[in-house]
Design a protein around this ligand. Sequence first.
Ligand code: MRU
Length: 348
Amino acid sequence: MIIPVQWSDEGVKMLDQRLLPTEEKWLTLKTYAEVADGIRDMVVRGAPAIGVSAAYGIALGVKQFVGTNIDDLEDELDYICEVTGKTRPTAVNLFWAIDRMKRTFAKAKADGKSIGEIKQIMITDAKAIHEEDIESQRLIAQFGGELIENDSTVLTHCNAGALATGGVWGTALGVIRGAVNQGKNVSVIADETRPYLQGARLTAWELLQDDIPVTLITDNMSGHMMKKGRVQAVVVGSDRIAANGDVANKIGTYMVAVLAKRHGIPFYVAAPLSTVDMNCPTGDEIPIEERDIREITHVKDIQLAPEGIEVNNYAFDVTPNELVDAIITEKGVARKPYSESLRKMFEE
Ligand code: MRU
């Protein structure tokens, strides 16, 4: 059972995903700033895992406040959240967790809680965010598993597994684990997912540990695999889903969605409601992260591209809602029109 980030009295423990699959190294991060660096530098990555890590970082920062004035603590909290919020722009779970922790603080302050009590309340709520995330994945696995046919091969892009969440199931990999748990025979095709290789390094690693058959391909092979009839469904995760159902996910997801449509293959997105941004009308409003070009020009210290070459390194893209056949959440399976089905899930 993989749980990539954990709270401890010494600090926030984080599995260094940059070193996987060849090395399993745990870091103990002692301050909120170290946790923020861990998010920015992708020690931990994946939208729900980023949210859980941010909540733990904020709780750690509040725990380490040494003052006696609650207004000073509130100022410190605002600064901690500002630093945490500047780490990565696309995964909305980051901002969802920051808002949740700020609301928890505001309520505790309004209830007249002491600084000592507030410190404990923040830790408790960060842990609750973690537990709720794992529970949401279990439900996603259940609802999503039912959509997967027996004896089918599922293609997935990036890593939307236990490593990318609070742990245990994952979202897209949760759907696959759910289908297997329902007794279905399922194989997986994993896109390597250049440039950071989350598919080759992380998805392959997770599925091998679970003895779920997995075949690794380069990203540019997915069309050929679909044309050969090797793919019966596509399941991916998401970093932010707009109110109309447009889906932001790892760069290359849009390409896979277009190919799936071309070949009549169902394209499913699995994500908790904490990844649905009802304040974001369409995918056009989703901020797309651009990362260091060295992620493309080099693999570790090996230079691939000539010095001085112009490079774009968009980390995410947006798949328009018309290419998405279902959005699988902890509240069930949402279908088009998503502006209605997603809104209903928040009202339930
Ligand atoms: O850059 P990353 O590795 O954080 O990107 C992760 C993804 O795109 C995942 O598919 C998404 O966050 C969903 S994780 C359950």
